[in-house]
Design a protein around this ligand. Structure first.
Ligand SMILES: Nc1ncnc2c1ncn2[C@@H]1O[C@H](COP(=O)(O)OP(=O)(O)OP(=O)(O)O)[C@@H](O)[C@H]1O
Ligand SMILES: [Mg+2]
Length: 328
């Protein structure tokens, strides 16, 4: 039973078509990541699901209730992007205030608030005014606010925005902890590495549409690209392999083989073996989420990919140099 479900969701703000038919499902206990460039429509989607913004056409439900109905509000936590809490509050008094709204008893609040603020790394500053907090501390306050009432579903819009690397790791741990307690988490981000580390499933949004969706593993496996290196004194059977129809590319002292449909790497290895060549390196290449993301937006923004490829070549060259140094 899906926690979030949308069908062909559309939203238009006057000139801008922010969502152009979004269909997605998020299952209980998942950490779901929505990736997309600035302006892709990520925040709009969250706001629609929470009932903050009205949508045009389509369907949207949370826990099988139409998005925006009051009955599910207590079951949901939300960290808005660019949130601004009243600065006269301290983290403690802010949570205390929310606790009262959620109907928590005084004893409950007294016990829970310091625990939670400790978990987000704010214990030592919890009685200082929010106006004296750094950006990352404000963000941690926001996260504490989003998870305070133990919601079953948590929306985090750019949770690590402005947070230092240690803090980012702490936030990932908090998300993991919530997942362990059974919560479902929906994260918006353009930080690909982050999403790769914390999400079970990812969707990529571009210009209001989901253009890819899957597990991180599914998206990053690049089936059929192998890199093979043989001893320097050996001759790589380039000609023979090309004759067999293999697609080869020489990268320094290594060879990259891209299989086409129906091809297998086995005949390549058999040929190398038959010629008594010594394979010193053999990997199936993986793509990072960033590779995938950039190649998807390339269509919309020519030039991005060319720059990336230049960097990839530089990186390959650097790594080969390092390999050689290691071998010495
Ligand atoms: N209140 C609004 N009025 C008019 N246009 C809006 C409004 N809110 C968002 N938009 C437009 O809708 C599109 C999607 O915006 P949205 O904030 O959902 O993007 P996003 O993916 O969250 O981007 P970011 O990564 O920058 O946060 C953008 O073109 C934006 O300008
Ligand atoms: Mg946004």
């Amino acid at each position: 039973m899906a926690v979030i479900e949308t069908r062909d969701l559309r939203k238009r703000y006057k000139q801008v078509e922010a969502l152009r038919g979004v269909t997605l499902k998020v299952e209980p206990g998942e950490v779901f990541g929505l990736l997309g460039q600035n302006g892709a429509g990520k925040t709009t989607l969250i706001k629609i699901l929470l009932g903050i913004v009205k949508f045009g056409e389509g369907e949207a439900t949370l826990f099988h209730h139409p998005a925006g109905t009051a009955d599910v509000r207590n079951r949901v936590g939300y960290l808005p992007e660019d949130h601004r809490f009243p600065e006269y509050h301290s983290a403690y008094s802010l949570l205390d205030y929310y606790g009262i709204l959620y109907g928590m008893s005084k004893d409950d609040r007294r016990k829970k608030i310091p625990e939670l603020l400790d978990q987000v790394g704010l214990a030592s500053r919890m009685n200082d005014k929010i106006r004296t907090y750094s950006k990352g501390m404000k963000q941690r306050t926001g996260i504490a606010q989003a998870i305070f009432h133990d919601p079953e579903l948590i929306f985090l819009d750019e949770p690590t925005d402005g947070v230092d690397p240690v803090g980012r790791r702490e936030i990932r741990e908090i998300i993991e902890d919530r997942r362990k307690r059974g919560a479902t988490v929906f994260v918006n981000s353009h930080l690909l590495g982050e999403i790769e580390m914390m999400c079970d499933r990812v969707a990529i949004m571009q210009k209001g549409q989901l253009i890819r969706e899957g597990t991180v593993q599914e998206l990053t496996a690049q089936r059929g690209v192998y890199v093979i290196g043989i001893l320097e004194r050996d001759r790589f059977p380039e000609f023979e392999l090309r004759q067999e129809g293999f697609n080869l590319r020489e990268i320094g002292d290594r060879w990259e083989i891209t299989l086409t449909d129906g091809q297998s790497i086995t005949p390549v290895l058999e040929l190398l073996r038959a010629q008594n060549l010594n394979v010193v390196h053999m990997i199936e290449k993986k793509q990072t989420l960033e590779d995938i993301f950039v190649s998807m937006v390339e269509a919309a923004e020519p030039g991005v990919d060319a720059r990336r490829k230049r960097r990839a070549v530089e990186r390959d060259e650097y790594e080969r140099g390092r390999d050689r140094r290691d071998r010495r």
